[in-house]
Design a protein around this ligand. Structure first.
Ligand code: NIG
Ligand code: FE
Length: 386
């Protein structure tokens, strides 16, 4: 069944060859033919071929679906009181994660599945078509495995984050041995990636040597690598991520010159999560420094109940533009094509024949409206992805 989509005032392809020569590859008055889950044709509406059905979008903008590469969607409970305390001056150090671990362990499978389904619906309603989901609120073999199994029901992009924090009552060395041993063996078949919260200044998270053990074990188990790095301090996370050839290092809030040089010379994407700086009242990452050094930047929500309880990529784009001085085009590219690079995917993030037809529609004529109309629900996924 082929479907012709017309009435596209502005089509963002992220394919510079197909469009106006800009990174967003813009086409005006465009049409798309979708066949199954793939794009069959893209071009000027006047040249559109016939198809089985036709949808007229009436002058809206169409974008590649957002690629949200960093979420922690499998959890129960909320930490609104912790958020309120931070707004009154308290600092974030990862200590609140224990409260979510307790609430998540207590929840039934059915309850967690329902919470996850609600969050997936929320993010699709705001234009996200590809989502990565981490474990990390279980921290026992059975609870981490359960989180990854549930996440796999809704996405292929699952990440084992047993190394989120050392759970209350556990000895650091024993827990590290578990995470890199039995827990990894049980979880690896259900995960594409492994991740570690590398933050030497937090008493709960992992230092450079511990993170190195986690990454080495994850790579040996055949998993791709991601790192939570340099969120609270200019620690060793970025350097380690680049050294291990991780697909992405996320947060990048505190960077040294050496970190920027390493990212520029390596293949690791710098994923920025401005929802975290918003909700922890912290300085935003220096996106311009990264972009000006030629580093590939992605944007993601980090949706979690502690540091960023938002599922909204449009909000993240607006923050990136207003607070991090990214242009609207750079921010949109980072949340689509940048995200695809951070997941090492070439089937999403770009609209071209043969790619996945994961489309997001704006109730607006141009992508500029994403940051121009903050808080207004103008984006929705036209077709779900995976
Ligand atoms: O990406 N920094 C570590 N992990 C999450 C927060 C988790 C939490 O506070 O519940 C993050 O910010
Ligand atoms: Fe995170």
């Amino acid at each position: 069944m082929s479907r012709l989509i017309t009435g596209i005032a502005e089509l963002v392809t992220n394919d510079p060859w197909a469009g106006d020569g800009s990174a967003l590859g813009l086409l005006r008055d465009a049409a798309i033919v979708v066949d199954g889950d793939r794009i069959a044709w893209i071009g000027p509406a006047a040249q559109a071929p016939p198809a089985d059905t036709r949808t007229d979008l009436g002058g809206r903008a169409v974008l590649p679906g957002f690629v949200d590469t960093h979420t922690h969607l499998v959890f129960a409970g909320d930490r609104s009181a912790e958020f309120a305390a931070r707004m009154a001056g308290a600092r974030y150090d990862g200590g609140g994660i224990a409260a979510t671990v307790a609430a998540t362990r207590e929840a039934s499978d059915a309850r967690l599945r329902a919470l996850l389904a609600g969050r997936i619906a929320e993010l699709r309603a705001q234009g996200t078509t590809t989502v990565e989901i981490k474990s990390g609120y279980g921290l026992t073999v059975a609870d981490e495995l359960r989180a990854l199994r549930l996440a796999r029901e809704v996405t292929v992009e699952t990440t084992f984050l047993g190394a989120h924090v050392v759970p209350a009552g556990a000895a650091r060395d024993d827990y590290l041995a578990l995470v890199t041993g039995e827990m990894l063996r049980a979880c690896a078949p259900h995960a594409r990636w492994t991740d570690v919260f590398c933050e030497p200044t937090s008493p709960h998270a992992f230092d450079g040597d511990e993170a190195r053990c986690v990454l080495r074990a994850g790579a040996a188990a055949g998993l791709g690598l991601r790192v939570h790095g340099n969120q609270l301090s200019a620690g060793p996370g970025v350097a380690l991520a680049v050294e291990f050839g991780a697909a992405s290092v996320d947060h990048c809030t505190h960077l040294t010159d050496a970190d920027v040089d390493a990212l520029a010379a390596g293949t690791t994407v710098a994923t920025l999560l401005p929802g975290v700086e918003f909700a922890t009242r912290s300085p935003y990452p220096d996106a311009r420094r990264l972009l000006d050094a030629g580093i590939t930047v992605a944007l993601a929500t980090d949706c979690n109940p502690g540091t960023s309880y938002t599922s909204s990529i449009p909000l993240v784009i607006a923050l990136a533009v207003r607070e991090m001085r990214m242009t609207p085009a750079e921010a949109l590219w980072a949340a689509t094509a940048g995200g695809a690079r951070a997941l090492r995917r070439d089937d999403v993030g770009v609209l071209a024949p043969g790619r996945r037809a994961d489309l997001t529609v704006l109730d607006a004529p141009s992508h500029l409206h994403l940051a121009y109309r903050p808080g207004v629900p103008i984006a929705r996924a036209l077709r779900p992805g995976r």
